[in-house]
Ligand binder design. Structure first.
Ligand code: GMT
Length: 379
């Protein structure tokens, strides 16, 4: 198949999933064309089936907001027509699904049928999409797609609850490259971080309020009152300096390291004993899946789609949002040497269920059905 993928190319779950999907599809023999405003961060190797087309947004003094959506739709038209794409797969509804709708109509006027698959990733529905400024466009473009997927059953439920969507939504969860994400021998790194063999807790995120990084620090502070421990924080974002201050206020700054954004996150995850995800909302929780693949159990909230990944008392533990005391209790339970080995093994085993080979064929089937649906509409 000749597939076009549209996504946000920077760090962030939806862009990572889209890029990894494109790479996996290329390895399975499909030709994949990325259409984005800059090179996706994980698209960092050569493969004869992978192509990248940059969306250029010309600016003009009149434009307070350069019209990205128009430039994107025009680029989609160009690539679909000239590269003879069979399907367009857009990740994150805003503004990709509506730009795809526009491109589809333009192509149709030229006699070209273009099936569009839209994947909902989370905040495009739970945070941004619900806003009245976007809702009508989001609803319309979801309903106009030929295939719609969501990354968890919970996100599908939320979409039906908050949007007048009459389209069937198929759940296709996030997936993981188990060859890249596996526990590596990083004993020198572990010794440098935890010279007294302290337990290592890890959190990775974009440091936005939905991640509740404050709870990460409070959980760590509570754990440290009972056992020696270290905390590694990977990522960066708006809340970082406030969190650095909070670490000092909680007097645990000597045991907390802010590592910033990292490409090789799997190397850090390889030294961890417990992953913390106290998010307010999380449609799936890709960061937790990456940690689990590296044999880290997860103490998380039961928000959104997290329980569809993290199985309570098997791969980790679940608590209500904001219940820091419960998460401290759960973390101590998981980290107990009598429990930790079984949690670690179960975390990896659960992650293996989300292997590329199990999930990517679901997208291939979805493309086939979308192509069929688009053809039916025109006959
Ligand atoms: O987590 C983020 O804030 C980034 C966000 C994104 O859209 O890039 O991630 C969302 O999509 C990921 C991939 O499908 C999911 O694993 C994340 O759970 C989801 N984040 C939220 O729902 C907050």
């Amino acid at each position: 198949m000749n597939i076009g993928i549209v996504c946000y190319p920077t760090f962030g779950g939806s862009g990572v999933v889209a890029t990894e999907l494109g790479k996996a599809l290329a390895q399975r023999g499909h030709r994949v064309h990325f259409i984005t405003y800059s090179q996706p961060v994980r698209l960092d190797f050569f493969n004869e089936n992978l192509f990248y087309h940059e969306v250029y947004v010309p600016t003009y003094p009149l434009f307070q907001f350069p019209p990205y959506e128009s430039a994107l739709a025009s680029k989609m038209v160009d690539i679909v027509q000239n590269e003879k794409l069979d399907v367009l797969h857009v990740h994150y509804a805003i503004p990709h699904a509506s730009a795809a709708y526009l491109a589809k109509q333009i192509l149709r006027s030229r006699g070209i049928i273009t099936p569009v698959v839209t994947t909902l990733h989370g905040t495009d529905i739970t945070l941004v999409g619900k806003d009245a400024s976007y809702e009508p466009v989001v609803t319309f473009s979801i309903n106009q797609s030929d295939g719609v997927t969501s990354v968890s059953a919970d996100l599908r439920r939320e979409t039906y609850e908050y949007f007048p969507v009459d389209h069937k939504i198929e759940v296709i969860p996030n997936f993981i490259d188990l060859h890249r994400f596996k526990k590596q021998n990083k004993s020198h790194f572990r010794t440098a971080i935890a010279p007294e063999d302290e337990k290592i807790l890890i959190h990775t995120s974009n440091f936005r309020s939905v991640k509740r990084v404050e709870d990460v620090l409070r959980i760590f502070s509570g754990v440290r009152q009972h056992i020696p421990a270290k905390l590694l924080l990977v990522g960066d974002g708006p809340d970082r300096s406030r969190m650095e201050k909070l670490a000092r206020d909680l007097d645990c700054q000597r045991d907390v390291r802010f590592l910033g954004k990292l490409e090789a996150v799997e190397e850090v995850l390889s030294v961890g004993d417990l992953f913390l995800m106290p998010s307010e909302n999380e449609s799936f929780g890709l960061a937790a899946l990456e940690a689990m693949a590296c044999e880290m159990p997860v103490v998380s909230t039961n928000a959104g789609g997290i329980p569809e990944l993290n199985v309570h008392n098997v791969t980790g533990m679940l608590s209500n949002i904001g219940d820091v005391d419960d998460m401290v209790k759960n973390a101590l339970y998981v980290l107990d040497d009598a429990n930790l080995p079984r949690f670690k093994a179960a975390a990896r085993a659960r992650a293996e269920e989300f292997a590329v080979a199990n999930i990517v064929p679901l997208y291939e089937d979805c493309y086939e059905r979308a192509m069929h649906a688009a053809l039916l509409q025109t006959s």
